[in-house]
Design a protein around this ligand. Sequence first.
Ligand SMILES: [Mn+2]
Length: 569
Amino acid sequence: MQGLTRVWKEPTGNSTENALVSRILTARGIISAEEHRSFLDPKLSTLEDPSELPDAEKAGAILCEYLRAGKKVLIYGDYDADGITASSVLYHVIATATKKPGPPIYIPNRMSEGYGINPEAIEQFAKDGIDLVISVDCGVTAVEAAEKANEIGLTLIVTDHHRPRDDGKLPDCAALVHPGIDEEPKTLFAGVGVAYQLAWAFARTWSGSQQVTKELSKCLLDMLPLVAIGTIADMVPLENGNRILARWGLQLLPSTTNAGLLAIMKQLDTPKMKLNSSHISFGIAPLLNAVGRLAHAAKAVDLLTHLDGPLAESAAKALADLNRKRQKVQRDIIENAIEQIETEKLYDNKIIVLQNDDWNRGVVGVAAGKCIETHYRPTILLSGDGDELVGSARSIEGFSIFDALSSCEDLLLKFGGHDMAAGLSVARENYDAFVSAITKYANENIKPEQLIKTVKPDVIAIQKEIKYATAVEIEKMGPFGIGNPSPIVQFSKVRVDSVSTMGNGGAHMSLQIGTSNDRIRCIWWNNGDYAPKLIRGMEIDVVAKIKVNEFRGRRTAELDLLDIALPSG
Ligand SMILES: [Mn+2]
């Protein structure tokens, strides 16, 4: 079916029997009534035990032994929101156990050191008298750093969730805590989820019992908001253990006592009640990610681990300022790129590749993702650095950017990533050859229909089902994100009662469907231009998300439209 802006695929569920939420769950393969109950109300007690995560208990025991012996421990983190929260979680649990400030945390500089554990840093730690290094959210590829550690007698524990090296070599270290090494894991934890499981295993060994001490148990509970932030920020599938951690962390976030987190939420005006995953993915996570891109992530780690009072307030303000700067830099890149796409008619090709020495390489990835929203073509944006161009690629559904880059491997210096997103570097002298090679590959491998945006509704429904109670039930399916998208519902032949536009220059469409005594409000963001196509009394089909709207204390169900199909003929 053809809508005004997308092609509609057949809904997965096409019956209107049973309650709407149970139809959606069934359409998503969650079948039995018992499965429905436990999905809508995931219990913290059903989180998998750390004994199920390879090496978690072993790592917890080593950490315990070193701390008890008074040896020097260091946490080695990563500079994104996942790495920042993972470092902070481990810090707090160790601090609570030892009743002392937690261990030092080392975060590499994104620009000068890059991702992962570098052997030079390991050498420096040994000189500084560190006995044990625990990595979080990085290290599975650090084969050389592990060799260096062994050579100089430093103990290394790696906790990570990234893909091991293609040659299959793993770091030779005291323990390697990683959910995906041996077999298909139950939960694809983020770095922070892995750190949390290790922290839990450590707390048990420290307590000398499966039942951890009261202080540690409270601390582990207090860490859940940080775990939710890293998990949602890192875009791991919100299934199984990740769903439990994200759900509980979001629930506990408004009542957090972490001074840094409170200061960040104050800067962002995060509401005190009813938080959902978008408050993290569009608020807290970009703020934490910005600091590593434009300054140094250690600022965020300090804030989340030990700053308090006015120091926390001013540090949070500094992060919020950096975030605003990042937003501005990103907007400028996007504007600049889109202008170039339009003037040079780059959309005539099936892939868009652009390069500009002035672009900040820390934000080109996010900008590439935003460019896709306007032209819906795989997009590669590169910034310049001497003889080397460095950048990011983002793709559309059904086209593997990783395969595309692999096809021109001999023209690249480095590349890595997956189907939807990748990073790459190319020698300046090879740039033109690379652009023609990847353009040729894309033009040959992308079918025209892949360049049309589609929408796949979960189920069909009737207008009578759009009720406040239904909207509340749907909210219980959250947190939404990767692996658990917000449900999409298709409604056929609904009557247009009134239509208008709202926002700056009539940017958005506001629509009422139904009849005067049974009307539902619908909003179609950024599509005010289509308002003149709708006439009162017309019967249209819509695909939408059902949302709770709160206005002056009154809560109603409302639709966020994704597309409209006009009556045919
Ligand atoms: Mn991560």
